[in-house]
Design a protein around this ligand. Structure first.
Ligand code: FES
Length: 178
């Protein structure tokens, strides 16, 4: 098992031990962790960086972060599971986030979720087995005037209906499209 140096040096080669897998992203993350040691909010920053590098935070990655920051793994797990923007499972090639905040909910967001769940064969919060689509819900994405709103791969779409949502993700669910 790799070890992490106890003191970050301001300059020079990082000397990162990396990870037994040889995945270079662990070295990048380790260097980032060392730079964050002094910061109070280091854990959030490091988890963001880890997710940026790996796409999601699996058990091994959370352990790596806990070890690097010398924090109890339970604390790292707690933070990673508390914030909805941290993903603990692999995400699909495309992401669809249906806003379920009050304004969107009263205008039928739940029907959109139901239609998408049925079409994709997954529940909200899950990714299709072929990893083409991840279906998520959010509380309020700050676009209440556009309710019901859905975010398709970072693009906010207004006044959505089950039909418009299905038309939008159809290609993502078909072989070779999207
Ligand atoms: S409730 Fe959906 S954008 Fe605010």
């Amino acid at each position: 098992m790799s070890t992490v140096a106890t003191a970050a040096k301001p300059a020079g080669p990082p000397g990162a031990a990396g990870h037994p897998s040889g995945d270079k992203r662990f070295k990048i993350l380790e260097v980032f962790i060392k730079r964050q040691q002094q910061r109070q909010d280091a854990l959030i920053e490091v988890l963001h960086k880890a997710q940026e590098l790996f796409g999601y935070l699996d058990d091994g990655l959370l352990w790596f972060v806990a070890h690097g920051l010398r924090l109890p793994p339970s604390r790292v797990y707690g933070v990673a599971t508390f914030y909805h923007f941290f993903k603990l499972k692999p995400q699909g090639a495309h992401t669809c986030v249906v806003c379920m905040g009050t304004a969107c909910y009263v205008k039928g967001a739940h029907q959109i979720v139901a239609a998408l769940e049925q079409a994709a064969g997954i529940r909200a919060g899950e990714t299709t087995p072929d990893r083409r689509l991840t279906l998520l819900t959010a509380r309020c994405i700050g676009a209440c005037g556009l309710a019901p709103a859905v975010v398709y791969d970072e693009a906010v779409a207004a006044y959505q209906t089950p039909e418009s949502a299905l038309a939008r993700v159809k290609g993502w669910l078909s072989d070779g499209a999207g």
